[in-house]
Design a protein around this ligand. Structure first.
Ligand code: ADP
Ligand code: MG
Length: 701
């Protein structure tokens, strides 16, 4: 769309001019005709209805009136200075008031001529007035142009002061759209337009601003949303293709002794079919010479660790080292314990490196790693530090990836002359639309099956008033020999209130379940590491029946005997966090329970979260609801990506358009991977125009 008309500086548009263009540039980054056209309305109003002044009954929503200004005067001084006007039609009078942009109002509003005005009436000292109404002089064709849909634009006080109210912007759009015919270069190839039944870009731009019907509006939206998603998919897939072409991976030529010995002699259980399938996918990646970039999604408890371990064995069998990175010390040491045990009969060397590894031990460990005497290293962010040098790192496993920034992963990636294979594991399922957008450059594997024999966790919601009943249930479960988690929100470690809340809860529990019959452990972020460890061990070893904790236990604690998860103030947790917490139970053979305790007053969103939790255990379904409730901007891990700035597409609602866009992009690249054919040149230019400034994220994971 490199076309001169759209590149025209905005000051040249009739009704703008050099002076007023400044505020458009400053406030809306509108520099050219194109920028203005891409400032889409954010909603539409029915502007066909015109009210009479006597119809204004109580305070109501925005209405439209036609009448004349009888009198315009400036009143008050200083901050109270304002302009008031008497506005009348044949049925009555109301007052109009302006506090801002007085000079402009005074110079441009005329008395005695008909205006169509729009605003929200409010009652002020027994009379109705409208503050800052939108004003438009009633001309011959004004009423004709009142389409059923009035586009509403976002604006700011500074803009309004210069006359760029929503209506003012609409007027500019109309002026521009009327000149648009034949001026917008199409960049989508004809076959794409045809197979997805898309209207031309020119038509879409006109219709998005001046729709005459729902149908026109829908078609314009479809086209413009498609464009955003299609261009992004093209970019992602193109780069993925490039990466596969140019970044060579180590070839794991063989399945060797470690893998076979483990599989045949030491595997503690039969793998699930899903685990087998994922291992095959990993095997296939690592055997082909391309660098693996794989995202492994599997619900809590689906057995990702075993998949990770067996992939590590593949690397080791080919003479490589492997590293395994976890987001917290607790989780890292838990993985270390698990993997050490699994590796023991194979005489594989494994070490743990975290922030609290002692200096002497650390130095030894780093030396072993650099010389190749250490095969597996497990740890936290500490692994990223530059002092950590490998002899030949062949595989990187990153657990719970949303807690690591893309750049942190990139630093691991650079620890080798050639890129190691990367397996990213997450227990927070990412809705497909997001995965396709944010991890579109990663291949995805899904473990969609839990190990056999697991009982569905039963989830119930109670109001706080039912606490005694819940305590009774705890007692009953403890008598059966089970262990209980009670979790309190601690959103921010510095929030004193939360900590007090937790301590109060702890005291209540101590009173209801007194020692020595009961032992209660308590864990929160303010504890010293050594105390935390002690309290954790109390519970892990089974000495404590109840653990009172904050979300520090969200990831990683594995106590199969724990069968009840009680979440206090459950309304304060997000869905994915609730689901993660619930995943701490249901790991043994016993029936497990999750109890959500909330206050009596719940927002409708909180209600939906609680309802979702009690309805389903399916992490993917929960992730979809989460996306709908919160929008993609809040889903962990997406903020950093910088790809979210859609003007019109909405990943919550547009998954089917995204699928179309994805397919279209794939088909196109299949026959012209570099977009070098002449009929794709405009598209290539557009792609470059849009993405030249954004970072190249896809290269680094
Ligand atoms: P997650 O996917 O949450 O990391 P884990 O790897 O911690 O899950 O596995 C959860 C539990 O299930 C562990 O105790 C693990 O030993 C066990 N497990 C994993 N795979 C199987 C399987 N195929 N059959 C039985 N138990 C399994
Ligand atoms: Mg895990």
């Amino acid at each position: 769309m490199s076309n001169h008309f759209l590149d025209t500086p905005i000051e040249f548009l009739k009704g703008v001019g050099p002076n007023r263009s400044e505020v458009l540039k400053k406030e809306l980054k509108i520099f050219t005709f194109r920028d203005l056209l891409f400032h889409f309305p954010f909603r539409y109003e029915d502007r066909t209805k015109i009210y009479k002044i006597k119809e204004i009954g109580s305070e109501q929503y925005h209405i439209q009136l036609i009448g004349k200004i009888e009198k315009l005067e400036t009143v008050g001084i200083g901050k109270a200075k304002r302009i008031t006007a008497v506005f009348s039609d044949e049925t009555g009078k109301i007052e109009l008031v302006w506090f801002k942009g007085l000079k402009w109002i005074k110079n441009s509003i005329k008395t005695g001529v008909p205006y169509i005005i729009y605003g929200k009436p409010s009652l002020f000292q027994k009379y109705f007035n409208i503050v800052h109404p939108e004003m438009e002089e009633l001309k011959e064709d004004t009423l004709k142009n009142l389409s059923g849909f009035q586009s509403v634009y976002s604006t700011t006080e500074k803009l309004s002061a210069k006359g760029f109210t929503s209506r003012g912007i609409f007027k500019l759009q109309r002026i521009l759209c009327l000149q648009l015919q034949g001026k917008v270069q199409e960049y989508l190839p004809y076959p794409v337009l045809k197979s997805y039944q898309l209207i031309s870009l020119e038509q879409a731009l006109i219709n998005i601003h001046l729709p005459h019907s729902n149908d026109e509006l829908a078609k314009a939206r479809l086209r413009l949303k498609f464009d955003e998603l299609f261009l992004l998919q093209l970019k992602i897939l193109k780069e993925k293709g490039l990466k596969n072409e140019f970044v060579k991976g180590f070839i794991f030529t063989r399945i060797g002794e470690y893998f076979n010995a483990f599989y045949n002699q030491f595997l503690p259980f039969e793998l699930t079919n899903a685990q087998k399938r994922v291992l095959k996918e990993i095997r296939k990646d690592t055997a082909t010479g391309k660098q693996m970039n794989r995202l492994l999604q599997g619900d809590v408890g689906s057995g990702k660790t075993m998949v990770a371990f067996m992939s590590i064995l593949m690397a080791l069998d080919n003479g490589f080292q492997a590293c395994f990175m976890a987001p917290t010390e607790i989780l890292a040491s838990q993985h270390f314990e698990t993997i050490k045990q699994l590796a023991a009969p194979l005489s594989i060397s494994v070490a743990l490196l975290t922030g609290s590894t002692k200096k002497a031990e650390r130095n030894n460990l780093l030396k072993d790693l650099a010389e190749g005497n250490l095969q597996i290293i497990i740890g936290t962010h500490a692994l990223i530090e530059d002092t950590v040098v490998f002899k030949n790192l062949g595989l990187v496993i990153v657990d719970e990836q949303h807690r690591f920034g893309v750049e942190q992963r990139a630093r691991l990636w650079k620890k080798n002359t050639s890129a190691p294979h990367v397996l990213v594991m997450t227990a927070t399922p990412i809705p497909r639309t997001l995965a396709m957008t944010f991890y579109g450059d990663l291949d995805t594997s899904i473990i969609d099956e839990l190990p056999p024999g697991r009982k569905e966790i039963k989830t119930q919601h109670f109001y706080e008033s039912a606490r005694l009943k819940v305590f009774g249930f705890i007692e009953q479960q403890v008598k059966l020999g089970r262990q209980i988690y009670i979790v309190y929100p601690l959103i921010d470690e510095s929030e004193k209130m939360d900590l007090q809340h937790l301590m109060k809860g702890y005291d209540t529990i101590l009173v209801r379940f007194p020692p020595p019959n009961f032992i209660i452990s308590i864990v929160h972020g303010k504890l010293k590491p050594i105390d935390k460890e002690y309290q954790m061990q109390l519970f892990v070893t089974g000495k404590a029946q109840i653990m009172v904790a904050t979300t520090v236990i969200e990831v990683g604690v594995n106590v199969p005997n724990a069968s009840v998860m009680i979440i206090e103030n459950a309304e304060r947790f997000g869905l994915s966090q609730l689901h993660q917490l619930r995943g701490r139970v249901g790991r043994g053979a016993e029936q497990s329970y999750c109890i959500l305790l909330t206050g009596n007053k719940l927002t409708s969103e909180a209600k939906q979260r609680i309802e979702t939790m009690t309805r389903t255990n399916d992490g993917f379904e929960i992730a979809e609801v989460d996306l709908k409730l919160r929008g993609p901007g809040d889903i962990q891990g997406t903020q950093q990506s910088g790809l979210i700035n859609f003007r019109i597409a909405d990943l919550r609602k547009d998954s089917s358009i995204l699928n179309m866009a994805r397919n279209a992009a794939q088909d196109l690249l299949k026959c012209d991977s570099d977009l070098n054919q002449t009929e794709h040149l405009e598209l290539k230019k557009q792609l470059f125009r849009i993405y030249k400034e954004t970072n190249d994220w896809s290269r680094i994971s």
